[in-house]
Design a protein around this ligand. Structure first.
Ligand code: NAD
Ligand code: TDX
Length: 332
């Protein structure tokens, strides 16, 4: 494979993926990242500069993308506006980055015949009822609920259209909820950990019955690399680790691990249109690629994540107060 262009590589999952690639392969990497509020160059400071460089730029900028794609053997596309709550406050950046940005990359990849891996989410399938025995498969119809998931669904459709209409060599992956190091404190798990660490009370939307299917980011990174190495062109791979848990249960586990009483949190205004449950059936991916998650005990992954946030206060403290102030404006 050789040289990878990793978009969004200064964000949570992208940075974890870059470190995984540098550790487990001989590839070199160029990261293209706009360094929005969610991107942080510090996420890459431990990456070997001889094998990894960062270009600060926008995936929707055809000039920048046109300069970088020709040198790459493959594009791995993580860059996105990724937070549902933000997409409810202001959808515009989601349209620009997730839809126009993906289109811009696809056009450059088409011109140069570059292999393209698109990183997407299980949220494109909408939600399941809590009691529904079904889980999402690659055949589940698209039914996105939020501006975020609608723009990710649009980007998935663009990728498939470029494969069918123009013969672009693509793979796609739809993964469940990630947790682990470098996740922005706007997201559920790091928000609650850092609330406790700063003496704030954790905030649970509604009753906390909504279910998410948690996977450690290290397992997601390993699966994406496996798809790049041996995924079949045109295929969609669902990535999950059988990690379903409702939000109340996850919050109680965080409180317990941090030595707090299990009721030391506030119920706050629910998210409008809040998806009830996500659940991935990743069996086909496992069988085809021989990939298995290594974090099979959620409590172990959660304890590691709590340790990381406890040891890296300098990484998240500068943005914590502003993130909470922004939530405060919507009663969350
Ligand atoms: P994140 O918000 O932490 O990081 C996104 C990164 O993209 C940031 O570094 C940001 O600066 C960069 N970026 C944003 N707009 C850009 C633009 N226009 N041009 C260049 N760079 C830009 O997101 P994340 O949680 O790491 O998610 C990464 C990808 O994985 C996204 O495509 C997301 O949809 C997908 N995904 C996330 C999850 C999850 O649980 N977080 C689950 C499944 C799939
Ligand atoms: O303070 C909170 N309290 C709370 O109860 C926050 C921030 C969230 N929640 C709830 C909402 C969700 O049910 O926790 C659950 C998880 O919320 P998020 O971390 O915002 O994730 P989610 O909306 O499920 O989307 C995530 O997984 C799929 C990522 O942000 C997406 O990028 C990914 O596609």
């Amino acid at each position: 494979m050789g040289h990878l262009l990793v978009t969004g590589g200064a964000g949570f999952i992208g940075a974890n993926f870059v470190h995984h690639v540098l550790e487990h392969t001989d590839h070199t990497v160029t990261v293209l990242d706009k360094l929005t509020y969610a991107g942080n160059r510090e996420n890459l400071t431990t990456a070997d500069p001889a094998r990894c460089d960062l270009v600060v730029g926008d995936v929707a900028d055809a000039g920048v993308v046109g300069d970088l794609v020709p040198a790459a053997d493959a594009v791995v596309h993580f860059a996105a506006e990724s937070h549902n709550d933000n997409s409810l406050r202001d959808p515009e950046p989601f349209l620009r980055t997730n839809v126009v940005g993906t289109y811009t990359l696809l056009e450059a990849a088409r011109r140069h015949g570059t292999r393209f891996h698109h990183v997407s989410t299980d949220e494109v399938f909408g939600d399941l009822a809590l009691e529904d025995p079904q889980r999402f498969t690659a055949e589940t119809p698209y039914r996105p609920s939020s501006p975020y998931s609608a723009t990710k669904a649009a980007s998935d459709h663009l990728v498939r259209a470029w494969a069918r209409s123009f013969g672009l060599e693509v793979t796609l992956s739809n993964c469940s909820n990630n947790y682990g190091p470098y996740q922005h404190v706007e997201k559920f798990i790091p928000r609650q950990i850092t609330n406790v660490l700063t003496g704030r009370r954790p905030k649970l939307y509604g009753a906390g019955a909504n279910v998410r299917d948690w996977i450690h980011v290290a397992d997601h990174s390993a699966a994406v690399l496996r798809i790049l190495e041996s995924g079949r062109p045109g295929r969609t791979y669902l990535i999950g680790a059988d990690g379903e848990a409702d939000n109340l249960t996850v919050l109680r586990a965080i409180l317990r691990l941090l030595g707090q009483p299990e009721d030391a949190f506030d119920h706050v205004t629910d998210r409008p249109g809040h998806d009830r449950r996500y659940a991935i059936d990743g069996s086909r991916t496992r069988e085809e690629l021989g990939w298995e998650p290594r974090y099979t005990d959620f409590t172990v992954g959660l304890a590691d994540t709590i340790a990381w946030y406890t040891e890296h206060r300098d990484w998240w403290e500068p943005v914590k107060a502003a993130t909470e102030a922004s939530y405060g404006r919507t009663g969350q």
